[in-house]
Design a binder for this molecule. Structure first.
Ligand code: MLT
Length: 297
């Protein structure tokens, strides 16, 4: 099997390609492609290509219809980076609750000033916030990441509601029994103080957080989006933050309009950017290609 990498893929995975596997720099020669975030929609898919493995969960950068037409198998690596993303979601929830970033920036701006500790005691109320314990968290999407967020949030003392009409039996087994079942999205919108999104980007989910759905939410709701930027209508979330309906929006996806908007915490897609997640994804993606190469004739 000849494979090519459209993005850097961790060597712990690639090292598993031993005898019988060869790396090529040319996509036109490849039987298989390994990809992380490179957009493949405009790429010519060579006739000999029979597999694409995405080292990550989302597959919106891959032309699934085109691949299906050409009989190209597409893999992702569900769960391989779930811990990395889960940890950043929890950080996002804390950053959305207390103005830690504002406080740190203030402290830096005071570098060298006299009696800083005394000044801090006077100023700190500007950066105060609330605790997570006892707050209601709504999780939309209970896949590998959603269930891990649910279980940790429950350990932090939050009252956790999960919505997922497609939940797998396996995912349900892993979920803390304390997590409550939200039968509809409206139940999440009407009741939750924090809402976190863990669904893939599809035509059905694109922009589903918008003026209409935000209007159904509690005042001062905090929204977390570590799944895909396009799930949220940017103009609508900025307006909702400006009029105080939404207290904070933490997202792992940058957009120019969001960077300086009030109440937005923008993180540059760091969810799975840890050596642990990158290694896990690379190993799973290479395993998938190797398994397929054994049966591919
Ligand atoms: C994913 O789809 O798994 C995440 O967006 C992480 C990533 O690709 O960096």
């Amino acid at each position: 099997m000849k494979y090519t990498c459209l993005n850097p893929i961790a060597s712990v995975g690639l090292d598993q390609f031993t005898e019988g596997y060869e790396k090529t720099e040319k996509m036109e020669d490849a039987d298989a492609v390994l990809v992380r975030s490179a957009a493949m929609h405009d790429l010519e898919l060579p006739d000999g290509l029979y597999a694409v493995a995405r080292a990550g969960a989302g597959v919106n950068n891959i032309p699934l219809d085109k691949c299906a037409e050409k009989g190209i198998v597409v893999f992702n690596t569900p769960g391989a980076n779930a811990n990395g993303v889960k940890e950043l979601v929890i950080a996002g929830m804390l950053l959305a609750s207390r103005d830690i970033i504002g406080g740190v920036e203030w402290a830096k701006s005071e570098a060298g000033s006299e009696d800083i500790a005394k000044k801090a005691e006077k100023e700190k109320k500007k950066f105060a916030g609330c605790e997570l314990m006892g707050k209601k968290l709504g999780i939309i999407g209970l896949g590998a990441i959603g269930i891990q967020v649910a279980n940790v949030a429950e350990c932090l003392g939050m009252d956790v509601y999960g919505y997922d009409p497609y939940i797998s039996v396996d995912a349900a087994w892993k979920l803390s029994r304390a997590v409550k079942h939200a039968a509809t999205l409206d139940d999440i919108y009407a009741n939750c103080d924090y809402i976190t999104l863990h669904v893939p980007l599809t035509d059905e989910t694109r922009g589903f957080i918008n003026a209409e759905t935000i209007a159904k939410m509690k005042n001062s709701v905090r929204i977390l989006n570590f799944a895909r930027g396009e799930l949220v209508n940017t103009g609508d979330i900025i307006n909702a933050l400006a009029d105080g309906k939404v207290a904070a929006y933490a997202t792992d996806f940058l957009k120019d309009e969001l960077i300086d908007a009030t109440g937005v915490i923008t993180i540059p897609h760091l969810g799975a950017s840890t050596p642990e997640s990158e290694d896990n994804c690379a190993v799973m993606a290479v395993d998938e290609l190797k398994d397929l190469s054994l049966i591919h004739i």
